[in-house]
Design a protein around this ligand. Structure first.
Ligand SMILES: [Zn+2]
Length: 503
């Protein structure tokens, strides 16, 4: 089987992924600033990183992942100017800044769950790490990387010789381009705030004392601190958006590597942003949607997930409702293929159940090729022969809700699955064996909803069979209409009738 290959921003190359530990992989993801309702432009990134986590698991790794929630110190401008986004959110909503953070963190986690995304091992709130932040700032002061101004403690980027490397910045241009009215006491245009002081009279509810004055952390600080506290350097993979490369991640590297004398992360993965008619999707431009707004238009969060996974994380993607509609139809088609497989296998009319026209190793090959889900989706569309295990496998990789919800229940089809899996097993290695063992153990979680639907519908389908045998078509049509109540319709085939979803 092929090894996992990922595009590493550090080297600007696709590299074979080799973690430090043969099993445990440490990952850090820059999370949201919780000051407003998260929109689909934010969530695409988390869908891509969920695919990363699932692909790591598929390759036999045990990912250990930390996601932060920024609840303080993210200013409205990247240049350490402007208002703290959280404080601004609080001022606009009339709530306390703590209430704002808690409310939007709740919304974020609700939507995160609705997208069937793997929960991180640690969700780290920036404000829970202030003592560690201050320790890091003190270390940077002690090592000569930081200096004090009236406005705060700044990082002297000229002291860190690799500063320009990560983003391939041209610091001379940056100097030349610095605005004339630039009035702060910053020594270099690229210097950034580690800690901001609160001036007397300035309203900033979140405040902590440092050097005898009230203040709050600069935005970049929390990521270095949380990584140091929760994971330790170097981590295996750091993820974020392309927008983070020139400032946020460049500054994280400068802070961590200067303070701890170790590489911060061995692999850096960056996803591209979503656009709408060529313009970046963002809250400030008013061209984005929340998942709730998409729901009002009749789209499940999982339709949106399907749309995201149809493309590659490194390409800029143009979002439109028409595109989302196509993804919805594709997902409906897959759900109906799952339902059909289930009904056929139950009736044992599916003679070819053990022969896959797409092998599991082909699917792995696609995912190991820098997370190419688009390629895998095309394989799935083209698969002529599948069985229910194939779909459990697919559902486990993508979490698209193809089986309805997820609940625990007991076994029924175990033997048959084991037989099928053995056929597939010949083509792939031990780590995948473990992965599939888990699938077998948990397959009932997937089948529960199909069984329930089936049970509910069976009496109606039987009545309809009888009506059709008697050529009572009026009755048969009436029974078909009844099914609509359950979002179902019936398909007549030479093998009998099969139910399927309407939407
Ligand atoms: Zn970060």
């Amino acid at each position: 089987m092929s090894k996992m290959r990922l595009y590493n921003t550090l080297t600007r190359k696709i590299e074979e992924f080799k973690p430090q530990d043969p099993k445990r992989v440490t990952i850090y993801t820059c999370g949201p600033t919780v000051y407003s309702a998260p929109h689909i432009g934010n969530f695409a990134a988390y869908v891509y990183w969920d695919l990363l986590i699932r692909t790591l698991k598929l390759n036999g790794y045990t990912p250990y992942r930390v996601l932060n929630l920024t609840d303080v110190g993210h200013l409205t401008s990247d240049g350490d100017e402007g208002e703290d986004k959280l404080e601004k959110g609080a001022r606009q909503s009339g709530k306390s800044v703590w209430e704002v953070a808690e409310y939007y963190a709740g919304l974020f986690l609700r939507d995160y769950k609705a997208l069937n995304l793997t929960p991180p091992n640690v969700i780290a709130k920036a404000t829970d790490y202030i003592p560690q932040d201050l320790k890091l700032v003190q270390t940077l002061i002690d090592k000569g990387y930081a200096y004090e101004t009236q406005d705060g403690i700044y990082y002297d980027t000229s002291k860190f010789s690799h500063y320009a490397d990560f983003a391939r910045l041209n610091l001379e241009n940056l100097k030349a381009g610095a605005r004339v009215e630039f009035s702060s006491e910053k020594r270099n245009p690229s210097d950034f705030a580690l800690w901001k002081f609160i001036r007397s009279g300035e309203k900033h509810d979140m405040r902590w004392d440092f050097l005898g004055r009230p203040g709050y952390p600069g935005w970049h600080l929390e990521c270095s601190t949380i990584i140091h506290t929760e994971l330790g350097e170097p981590i295996d993979i750091h993820t974020g958006g392309v927008d983070h490369i020139p400032v946020h991640h460049t500054n994280e590297i400068a802070q961590s590597e200067a303070a701890f004398d170790k590489q911060l992360s061995r692999y850096w993965l960056h996803c591209n942003h979503l656009t709408s008619e060529g313009q970046k999707l963002s809250k400030s431009l008013g061209n984005s949607y929340t998942l709730s707004e998409l729901k009002e238009k009749g789209y499940s969060p999982l339709d949106f997930k399907m749309w995201v996974l149809q493309g590659h994380y490194r390409s800029e993607r143009d979002f439109s409702i028409e595109g989302l509609e196509a993804a919805r139809v594709r997902r409906l088609n897959w759900r109906n293929r799952v339902a059909r497989c289930y009904q056929e296998e139950k009736q044992e009319t599916h003679a070819q159940a053990e022969e896959y026209s797409v092998s599991v190793s082909e699917i792995l090959e696609g995912l190991n090729d820098d997370l190419n889900s688009a390629k895998v989706f095309a394989l799935i569309d083209g698969a002529k022969s599948t069985n229910i295990f194939f779909w459990i496998f697919i559902e486990n990789i993508f979490g698209l809700g193809l089986f309805g919800g997820q609940e625990k229940n007991n076994t029924l089809y175990m033997k048959k699955f084991v037989k099928n899996i053995n056929t597939v097993m010949n083509t792939y290695n031990k780590s995948i064996n473990t992965f599939c063992d888990n699938l077998i153990k948990n397959q009932n979680i997937y089948l529960k909803n199909l069984r329930n639907t089936d049970k509910l519908i069976l009496p109606l389908l039987n009545e309809r069979s009888i009506a059709r045998a008697k050529k009572d078509f009026a009755e048969s049509d009436k029974l078909r209409d009844e099914l609509k109540k359950y979002n179902l319709t019936v398909l007549d085939t030479p093998d009998g009738q099969f139910w399927q979803y309407i939407n």
